[in-house]
Design a protein around this ligand. Structure first.
Ligand code: HEC
Length: 729
């Protein structure tokens, strides 16, 4: 029996990967390493999983198609990312309700060795739960026997190539259609596997592995097509797009570019011709951005696809479009024909954006009673701090109210649909100027849900400001370089004190935009929500508490600490007449890396806590094995190492490429080891083996093959300086 990830060593799984052991053997080895708990006399028992060959195939009785994915009334399965096409994450199940929820307990759990940040939404069909974990590995587990049926490993570390990649080893979900399951990977593949056996059926590349992009979003499937986008706006000269593939064969059906390319090359379509009118200068040299990495919603009633688009590349409009302009289709909801990818309409939430206010957040569909009519509406709470309710037949904005402190605009003019900007907030003169929300947004990818019974949307909200300044960047000479993130603006000085708290759970009435109730939270990045016909809202938190609230009033009804920060949203489903709630427990996500200095306070140090899938029911009485208590990382003393101040200054510069995983100032939020506590940093050989030669690539530590000895030494000195500063505190 194997334990969870060995903190700083290579796990068995990783060693196997690096040794190139065949996937079949690896599969059996990993399967056997699972720990299963619950529903037995012993708290923990080994899951005796047979090798793949003798596992009976998953029985497929439910048909996963447009009709079943649109069916709001069937609660047994959880077929799609947002449960149904509407993305409401509302379940009609009500066995667990406001009264009975006090009886909720852990029914069973599954340890997930080698996993790190878990942010995905599991899917359930016909008594099988499917989920994805670190490095895009996918698991199928029988909900009756609680045994693993198969594991599929797309061997991402091998595919990412030998060079740098931003820290997005996590992924928010998978997709199902008929007999197949779809997974999209960090290195940019879309893969179909047989959902009965986990066998790979086909694999296509929306972009080559060498491109400075990645996929972290769940593939969305509708009408026999699979849609994927990509991220990477900050990582190079990227031009965003979404691509639809035939779900059966993997053949490309269509592609929609989000921003126009070089006019000299001709435009792909009229939409790009129209968009180009809103750009100035030579934007195509910078890519333009707009990358769609998360929010895609298919609307079966209006047969329309809504795509939430990203921010500009680079962030600073002065650089990419120096004479101004709205820069379509950045920060927009773009409505497309799902069969052809043809443009229908768009609504731009932040024209000419310059603050990273992307509109990639989820897009939730509902019929709303507004005034004397029923509106076919969509709801959207993007980073820019306004909650939008939009008529999805026309694209007209009906409600746009701030749900967090907003300083960049006074309000949205509902006549024109445009925000009314506040003077000085664009840092045109270089700044610094303090702006709210921050580039983290007032809401990010953490799922919001909508309950048609209460008429409320439940939003995990963020409340920060930040200083924008652009270090006198020269638009004439600035170039974006591949894989070396540069935003051309912003300080990392996140403002506290804009609100008395930096995270909260909000219940928003989409017909008015008013906040009906709000629960201030101690942590910042709290997980996505689930709401049910039982009158409940569930949310996991950064501090490890899993909490149920009264959906109408926000009153807390139940709470359980799961021993590790929660970053993934819960789902609910039914097996043999019993309602269950499942969620992945595994602190992670971009913020735990890039804002590690802010997240270090939680004490979820890298490699110390076991990642789990935890399932609850009203009969559940299983005791979870205890986790290490949250604890701040203690920097270590390395006697023989004398820090050279000049080298440390140079190293601080080099460290720019490391901070997205190891945290600013080498303070890790838990996505990677805290390098102030790493003995490896004290040894030139060990450091080079890891950083330059890729000894830990299989676990998500990139290989920086081009770094010179001098650069490596500078990094060591910077890291030791940070350790010594912390030790001296
Ligand atoms: C994409 C995320 C990511 C980036 C970027 C990254 N690392 Fe890492 N790093 C990791 C992870 C994850 C591990 C732990 C791997 C494991 O568990 O074996 C790690 C491990 C290490 C270790 C070994 C620590 C120990 O004590 O075992 C060192 C040293 C290190 N990284 C240095 C760097 C440096 C220097 C940079 C920048 C040049 C960098 N890393 C960039 C993710 C990253």
């Amino acid at each position: 029996m194997m334990n969870a990830t060995e903190p700083n060593g290579l796990s068995e799984n990783a060693k196997a990967l690096m040794l190139g052991i065949s996937p079949r053997i690896l599969l059996a080895a990993v399967a056997a390493s699972f720990l299963l708990g619950g529903c037995s006399d012993q708290a923990v028992e080994t899951a005796a999983v047979a090798p793949a060959a003798s596992v009976p195939p998953v029985e497929k009785s439910s048909i996963i198609d447009d009709a079943s994915m649109a069916d709001e009334t069937a609660g047994e399965n959880w077929l799609a990312f947002g449960r149904t096409y509407s993305e409401q994450r509302f379940s009609p199940l009500d066995q667990i309700d406001r009264d009975s929820v006090t009886e909720l307990g852990v029914d069973w759990y599954l340890d997930i060795p080698n996993a790190r940040g878990l942010v995905g939404t599991p899917l359930v069909v016909d008594g099988v739960i499917y989920f994805n974990e670190s490095m895009n590995r996918v698991h199928a587990v029988d909900l009756r026997t609680r045994k693993q049926l198969w594991m599929y490993d797309p061997r991402v570390a091998e595919e990412t190539g030998t060079d740098l990649r931003a820290g997005w080893e996590h992924n928010r979900g998978i997709g199902l259609w008929k007999d197949k399951l779809y997974v999209a990977t960090w290195d940019g593949r879309l893969i179909a596997v047989d959902r009965a056996t986990g066998e790979e059926l086909w694999s296509v590349r929306p972009f080559p592995a060498e491109e400075p992009m990645y996929i972290t979003g769940a593939p969305k499937i509708f009408k026999g097509k699979v849609l994927v986008g990509n991220g990477g706006t900050e990582n190079g000269p990227n031009r965003g797009y979404v691509t639809a593939y035939d779900a059966e064969t993997g053949e490309q059906a269509w592609r929609f570019w989000i921003v126009p390319g070089n006019p000299a090359d001709g435009f792909e379509n009229d939409a790009m011709r129209m968009a180009a009118e809103t750009w100035t200068g030579e934007w195509w040299k910078f890519g333009g951005g707009g990358n769609a990495w998360h929010g895609f919603t298919y609307d079966p009633e209006l047969d329309t696809l809504y795509v939430g688009t990203g921010n500009g590349a680079p962030w600073n409009r002065k650089v990419r479009s120096p004479e101004g302009g709205d820069n379509l289709f950045l920060c927009s909801i773009v409505a497309l024909d799902p069969d052809t990818g043809e443009y229908k309409w768009h609504y731009q939430t932040t024209p000419g954006e310059t603050w990273d206010y992307n509109s990639n957040m989820d897009i939730v569909l509902a019929d709303l009673e507004m005034g004397d009519r029923t509106v076919k509406a969509l709801m959207h709470a993007p980073k820019n701090g306004f909650f939008y309710t939009i008529d999805r037949e026309t694209g007209k904005v009906l409600v746009a109210e701030p749900f967090s402190k907003v300083t960049w605009a006074s309000h949205v003019d509902l006549e024109t649909g445009r925000p009314v900007e506040m003077p000085g907030q664009r840092y045109e003169d270089g700044g610094p100027v303090r702006v709210a929300p921050s580039p983290w947004g007032a809401h990010s990818w953490h799922a919001m849900s909508y309950n048609p019974v209460t008429g409320l949307a439940y939003v995990p909200a963020l409340h920060f400001s930040i200083e924008f300044f652009d270090h006198g960047v020269d638009p004439a000479t600035w170039e974006s370089s591949r894989f070396e993130g540069d935003t051309t603006a912003v300080s990392l000085d996140l403002g506290e004190g804009e609100a008395p708290y930096m995270g909260s759970l909000q219940a928003i009435d989409p017909t008015t935009g008013s906040i009906e109730w709000e629960v201030p939270l101690a942590g910042k990045w709290n997980a996505g929500t689930l709401t049910t016909a039982g009158g409940l809202v569930f949310q996991g938190r950064a501090d490890g508490d899993f909490v149920a609230y009264d959906a109408k009033t926000g009153e807390e009804l139940w709470r359980k600490n799961l021993g590790l920060g929660i970053s993934a949203p819960p789902i609910t489903f039914e097996v043999d007449g019993v309602q269950y709630i499942s969620l992945l427990v595994g602190w992670g996500g971009g913020a735990a890396g890039i804002a590690g200095n802010l997240e270090v306070e939680h004490g979820w140090a890298y490699g110390r806590h076991t990642r789990r899938l935890v399932t609850f029911s009203l009969e559940g009485e299983t005791v979870l094995p205890p986790q290490s208590p949250p604890e701040a990382v203690r920097p270590i003393v390395i006697e023989h190492f004398d820090v050279d101040a000049d080298l440390a200054v140079q190293g601080a510069d080099e460290y720019g490429r490391c901070g997205s995983c190891h945290g600013p100032g080498a303070k890790s939020g838990g996505m990677a080891p805290d390098l102030r506590a790493s003995a490896v940093v004290g040894s030139a050989e060990a450091f080079a083996a890891v950083v330059r030669d890729g000894a830990k690539m299989a676990n998500g530590m990139p290989r920086y093959a081009h770094l010179t000895n001098n650069q490596l030494t500078a990094l060591q000195h910077y890291l030791r300086e940070q350790a010594e500063l912390a030790l001296a505190e």
